[in-house]
Every structure is written in C-alpha cells, then in structure tokens.
Design a protein around this ligand. Structure first.
Ligand code: WQD
Length: 344
C-alpha cells in the first residue's frame, strides 16, 4: 500500500535525504517548505535521484495567514502520517532571538498537528535533537538521560517533545516518535543533494568542506583544552543517509502500533570522534589541506557527547552503518561538485 507522507522542511538538508529515502520505498510525498533555508532546486534533484509522486507547497507553517491553505492541502492529500523537519535550528541565533524561536518552532508544530487532526492522520515523526541532553549525562547517552538543553533552540526541541507527549496522552489515536539526532553530516553518494547552509556555516562539517573547496581560508577549532582524548570536542557524527533510513524505520514502527504512543529515540552511531579526528578524516577523503587554528571554546559547547543507540535497534531494527570515511567522502563529493551549493 503506497504510504502518503507529509514532509515539512522536505527541501532542506535532512529533508531532501528523507524524501529520497521515502520515494525510493514507493511513498507519495507532500512537501511543505517556506524555502527560507532551502532551495527549490533541491526538489528537482530529489526527483532526479528518486522519481516518484512528490509535490511541494511553498508555505510557512509558522505564518497564521498560511494555515488555511496548509490545512486544506494536507486534507486533500489524505496522508497516512507526517515527518516534521521544518524549523529554525541555529543555536547562536536562538540565544539572540529566543521569542522568534519559540514562536516559529512551536507554532509550526501546532499548525501541523491541527492539519493532521483535520486529515485524520495522527502519526508523526518529529525531528528532535541530542541538544536536549545538555552536558548532564555520562556517555553513551541513552533516552532516559537527564534533559537539560543549554540554549533556546534546544529548549524548543524539548518543549515540542513534551507537547507531542501531552497530545498523545490526551488522545490515544496519536502515535509519535521524537528522533533525537546526534550530528548529521555527509551527503547522498551521488553528490547531487547535500548541506547548503546560508552564509557562514555554524557547524563543523560544512565549514571544513568549504575550507577544502577553498571557499573559506581556515577553520577555527573551538578549544583544545577539553577533557577529551586530544582536547577537542567529541561528537557522534551520523551519515545523513543513515539518518534518513531511521525516519523510514520510525514510520514503519508507528504503522504497527495499535494504541497511542509518544517515544524518544536516539539516532546516532554510538561512536564519538574529536574535531581533530574529523579534520584528519576529511583531509584523507578530499586529499585537500584543511588549515586550522586553535580558538577559544564556543559558548554552550559540551566537551563530549555520543549516543546509546540501542533503543532504535531494538524497536526499529535500525542501526547506522556508514563510517566516518564515508561521511567525509560523500560530504566532499557534494561540496566539490556544488561549490556554491544549489546556487551553483
Ligand atoms: C561540532 C564540534 C564544536 C564549528 C549543533 C547543534 C545541534 C545540531 C548539530 C541542529 C564541536 C566544533 C564547530 C567550527 C569547531 N544542530 N566546531 N569549529 O555544536 O555538536 O551541534 O549542530 O539540529 O542541535 O547543537 O555541532 O558541528 O557546531 O560542532 O571547532 O567552526 O565541532 O566546538 O566540538 P554541535 P557543530
């Protein structure tokens, strides 16, 4: 039976890879994206990689003036469920503009919930983040770990998780999964879709990739005095294609649930790599030099965090299987073939 899935933020970095994965499994997609942090060319590339039934409506879930259009488009689509990726995600910006982050991230989610209710499709996979854990837990971090987000962006993710749990508790027809991403990196092996950040990248991998392709001169390594094996920050990098598979597995899991549920599930590899290890791996993959200098620690960074990934294996029979080398090789292929992202 063809699954019919609403994908909010489907033109974005994670979203485009999720769309390719779902289309390759025969799903029909309705993408809702305001294209504020994505490009319509991504939808063309998705269809090139996975021809199928995909429709984009350029609407903003956080704009009340768009709500009626969104609700009617979702109802007419007759979805089986939704994957909710649309939202603001820059940690630093969230500290400067907290009200905007709460209004947009929580407001968008409530509009989607209303549209799914109207369409009688109460199955939702939410794009959450390991940032909800903060710096409070021993590694590997499991879903039962203490949640203590250190910034407004992380708090929007946690509050949305709690909203979805309250909705599922109030109405057992709701089945939801909060996927707590660790650090998504890499790109589809074709090099045709990938991460295309606006302006100066906040995150490590896109910055390294832009140095490798000579768009940026040098990388600042934020601190080398952390209590880690080489003093630099350690993170659980996960290939974006493994992450996309995890979303399909979560939808399949929800399909099988006969009563309401609201689950938190980590999507990580269970292995942490330091900044210096990531730089060395990217140099090997790209055969390019990556000049860097040591800079002061970045406000809000944790020293080390990596996932306990057992619950996803147990519930979804899903595990990340791509190596750091594959993450770097695929990220490099995307960046070198698209030096200016989709604009090129
Ligand atoms: C990784 C490591 C930095 C940039 C954030 C969000 C999280 C998710 C992923 C959205 C750290 C170091 C980085 C640079 C550096 N985003 N670094 N120089 O901070 O773990 O997670 O992005 O969902 O929610 O919190 O990822 O890639 O920014 O940093 O040295 O120019 O690289 O200090 O140790 P982070 P990151």
């Amino acid at each position: 039976m063809t699954k019919r899935i609403v994908v909010t933020g489907g033109a974005g970095y994670i979203g485009s890879h999720v769309c390719v994965e779902l289309l390759s499994r025969g799903a029909a997609l309705l993408v809702i994206d305001n294209l504020a942090n994505s490009h319509p060319e991504a939808i063309n590339r998705i269809s090139e990689l996975a021809p199928g039934d995909i429709r984009l409506i350029e609407r903003d879930l956080a704009n009340p003036a768009h709500k009626d259009d969104i609700v009617s488009a979702v109802r007419e689509f007759h979805p089986d469920g939704a994957i909710h990726l649309a939202g603001l995600k820059a940690v630093g910006e969230s500290v400067a503009e907290p009200a905007m982050y709460y209004r947009i991230n929580l407001g968008a989610t409530l509009t989607l919930v209303e549209a799914l209710e109207a369409a009688n499709a109460r199955s939702l996979v939410f794009s959450s983040s390991a940032t909800v854990y903060g710096d409070e837990n021993a590694n590997p971090v499991s879903e039962t770990g203490r949640t203590a987000p250190a910034n407004p962006y992380g708090r929007t993710k946690l509050f949305i998780e709690e909203m979805l749990k309250d909705i599922a508790r109030a109405d057992s027809r709701w089945r939801t999964v909060n996927l707590r991403y660790f650090n998504p990196v890499g790109a589809h092996p074709s090099g045709r879709i990938g991460e295309d950040p606006n302006g100066i990248p906040n995150n490590l991998f896109p910055f390294i990739a832009q140095v490798a392709v000579c768009k940026r001169k040098t990388l600042s390594v934020f601190g080398d005095d952390y209590p880690t094996r080489d003093g630099t920050g350690v993170r659980d990098y996960i290939h974006v294609c493994d992450l996309a598979r995890g979303h399909a597995a979560a939808l399949d899991y929800l399909d099988k649930q006969t009563t309401g549920c609201a689950l938190d599930v980590n999507l990580g590899t269970g292995t942490g790599y330091s900044v210096l290890e990531a730089i060395a791996a990217f140099k090997r993959a790209s055969n390019r030099d990556i000049p860097f200098s040591i800079a002061p620690r970045r406000e809000g960074d944790v020293a080390e965090i990596y996932a306990d990934a057992d619950r996803a294996k147990k519930l979804f029979d899903w595990r990340a299987d791509k190596s750091l080398e594959a993450m770097c090789a695929d990220h490099w292929r995307w960046q070198s073939q698209n030096p200016d992202g989709y604009k090129s």
